[in-house]
Design a protein around this ligand. Structure first.
Ligand code: IPM
Ligand code: MG
Length: 358
């Protein structure tokens, strides 16, 4: 079977980590008899440099014509002076919207070998944790009206958050369905004591909860959720939340797994295509130095196999290989804190994972 994958390598460490994931997919293809074809497209700062805009139409069209999309990261100091509309990050929001990817799955799972790399006390992570953060990805304050105006104290900037019942319902339903396939516990995170959007969010989630009586549902305010995550991450199974709260809580949760370099993500919509990317950024400080941790991108490729192509055994093969390599003590620089093992480069880590796949 042939699968056409659009590659959006982007900026900073993007090209290195996407190359690692491509090597892994090629190995999986050889092992299981699949033909993965890759077509690169420009996105972010590299697209600004090449064609003067962060999200060329050719990139959108190429993604729409592909079976799935693998993305590295965008942005860097070189483009920081640009206005909001021209920035590399705008392309990321643009491609998420263009592909209709409103459901963002960010699994924060502690690999047993990385218990010592978690900043939490050993007794808090002794049983591990496995949290699925379901982040709304195409609405909220990321996409609301924004701008500048003259206010009471002179010039001011504003951003607005809006959520429709429709948007809340579809992300809520996605989260309840995921909870049904896991341990049937769902936490919805909002700020309903302050925000009107959160009150509508909560009301809508409660209505959905009646349709899913098997799911143990709870609400948490976002400040409490941020605290509970570091107090006792094991209490959570599935967390559903808005675009911005999900952005913040997933970075927090990622660090509990040892490093932000570990967290994969799947962005899904109404088609099977989806887009797969690590949750971390382009890490310009280590770009081009072969120091990046490729695991988040490799695990994102595993999510692609599972969600876009239904290749469950192949996805599991990648996840088991990562598990085995970590258990054998291999660590990239971001993970080195807990291990005496020599620190490996991006390409060395990739080579170990390829070996473990066999
Ligand atoms: C993420 C990133 C992006 C986001 C940025 C780069 C726009 O932080 O994917 O979490 O905020 O969504
Ligand atoms: Mg983020």
């Amino acid at each position: 079977m042939q699968y056409n994958i659009a590659l959006l390598k982007g900026d900073g460490i993007g090209p290195e980590i996407v190359d690692s994931a491509v090597a892994v997919l090629e190995r999986i293809g050889a092992k299981f008899g699949h033909d993965f074809r890759f077509t690169p497209y420009l996105i972010g700062g590299c697209a600004i440099d090449a064609v003067g805009m962060p999200l060329p139409q050719e990139t959108v069209d190429g993604c729409l014509a592909s079976d799935s999309v693998l993305l590295g990261a965008v942005g860097g100091p070189k483009w920081d002076h640009l206005s909001g509309e021209q920035r590399p990050e705008k392309a990321l929001l643009g491609i998420r919207a263009a592909l209709g990817l409103y459901t963002n799955l960010r699994p924060a799972k502690l690999f047993p070998a990385l218990r010592g790399a978690s900043p939490l006390r050993a007794d808090l992570v002794s049983a591990g944790f496995d949290i699925m953060i379901v982040r709304e990805l195409t609405g909220g304050i990321y996409f609301g009206d924004r701008g500048y105006r003259t206010g009471r104290y002179g010039e001011e900037a504003f951003d607005t958050e809006a959520y429709s019942v429709h948007e809340i319902e579809r992300i809520g339903r996605a989260a309840f369905e995921i909870a049904m396939k896991r341990s049937r516990r769902l936490t919805s995170v909002d700020k309903a004591n302050v925000l009107e959007t959160s009150r509508l969010w909560r009301k809508t989630m409660h209505r959905l909860a009646e349709e899913y009586p098997e799911v143990a549902y709870q609400d948490l305010f976002v400040d409490n959720a941020a605290m509970q995550l570091v107090r006792n991450p094991q209490q959570f199974d599935v967390i559903v939340t808005s675009n911005m709260f999900g952005d913040i809580l997933s970075d927090e949760a990622s660090q509990l797994t040892g490093s932000i370099g570990m967290l994969a993500s799947a962005s899904l919509g109404e088609t099977t295509r989806g887009m797969y990317e690590p949750i971390h950024g382009s890490a310009p400080d280590i770009a081009g130095q072969n120091k990046a941790n490729p695991i988040a991108t490799i695990l994102s490729a595993a999510m692609m196999l599972r969600y876009a192509f239904g290749l469950t055994d192949e996805a599991k093969c990648i996840e088991d290989a990562v598990d085995a390599v970590l258990a054998a003590g291999f660590r990239t620089a971001d993970l080195i804190g807990d291990s005496d093992a020599a620190c490996c480069s991006c390409t060395e880590m990739t080579a170990e994972i390829l070996k473990a796949i066999g």
